[in-house]
Design a binder for this molecule. Structure first.
Ligand SMILES: [Zn+2]
Length: 281
């Protein structure tokens, strides 16, 4: 369960990890439904109540993070493919738009959905089938990215963007995502993304994972610094405006500070026990 501060209402948003509703995957920014548009354009115009949004960083203009983005997008040879749970797209505090804004156009493509297939997502399927592609997802079969050597050939890295349980569900239910070589990060430090509760200290936000992975693959540590700058600024801003630092569940459980009612679901209790004992989950 994650909580985050809603910038519009000042209230905390809670989301449900176990939402099983089926939804058609769609590729973001692909609007070619002319028929749908003509129907929509016939509707009376209604002034939006939403605050204006910055087109580059996708943040409300008042809290635009563009000053923290690199002056020129980073020109990396690695391409990122973000497979994003639909709930992630509507979050107030999203990190993927910041990541995309830091990178050259086309270097960070986002696919929104729960289920992905060859028919519906041919581009993503081609990446998954490419033997040089990597899936950044921890697990028993995952090799440490730090241990691999990279030739000059360009590579694709696929990341799953969602809460811990959403990501696990998407991995298990999509055979396509099980095709690429699976890698994990040994060097990922405790999450800087303190506004959202992370299931454990090693589970960092998608932006942090991508920053560490790109720095390793491009053999350039400064990439990590550049990508983390807007995230640090975002956390700083949220903390100054009343958001509380969320320690990971692991930290809270260990220090006896986890004060949410224990879940009745046995699977969840087992998962929490595994978190405490630091077992592979
Ligand atoms: Zn901006």
């Amino acid at each position: 369960m994650n909580s985050e501060l809603n910038e519009d209402t000042g209230e905390m948003n809670e989301d449900d990890d176990d939402d099983e509703e089926e939804e058609e995957p769609k590729e973001k920014y692909d609007v070619d439904d002319d028929e749908g548009f003509s129907v929509l354009s016939d509707l009376p115009v209604e002034m939006s109540e939403r605050r204006p949004t910055c087109r580059r960083c996708c943040r409300p203009v008042k809290v635009c993070l563009c000053p923290y983005l690199p002056a020129l997008p980073l020109d990396v040879s690695t391409s990122l493919y973000i497979v994003q749970h639909p709930a992630e797209e509507s979050r107030v505090l999203r990190t993927v738009p910041l990541l995309a804004a830091c990178l050259a156009p086309g270097k960070c493509r986002v696919f929104v959905g729960r289920r992905f297939s060859e028919d519906r997502n041919p581009d993503l399927a081609a990446v998954c089938r490419d033997s040089s592609s990597l899936l950044l997802y921890p697990g028993a079969a995952a090799e440490s990215l730090e241990d691999l050597s990279f030739s000059s050939a360009t590579r694709s890295v696929i990341l799953i963007d969602g809460t811990w349980s959403q990501a696990k569900d998407m991995f298990l239910r999509n055979p396509l995502l099980q095709l690429p070589r699976q890698v994990q990060l040994r060097s990922a430090s405790s999450s800087q993304y303190v506004i959202r509760t992370q299931p454990n200290n090693m589970c960092v936000s998608t932006l942090e994972c991508a920053a560490v992975a790109l720095a390793i693959m491009e053999n350039n540590l400064s990439i990590q610094e550049v990508l983390l700058r807007p995230l640090r600024a975002l956390c700083q801003f949220q903390l100054q405006h009343g958001a509380q630092v969320h320690h990971s569940k692991e930290q809270l459980l260990r220090s006896g500070q986890y004060n949410k009612a224990m879940p009745r679901n046995k699977r969840k209790i087992r998962r929490m026990q595994k978190l405490i004992s630091n077992q592979n989950i």
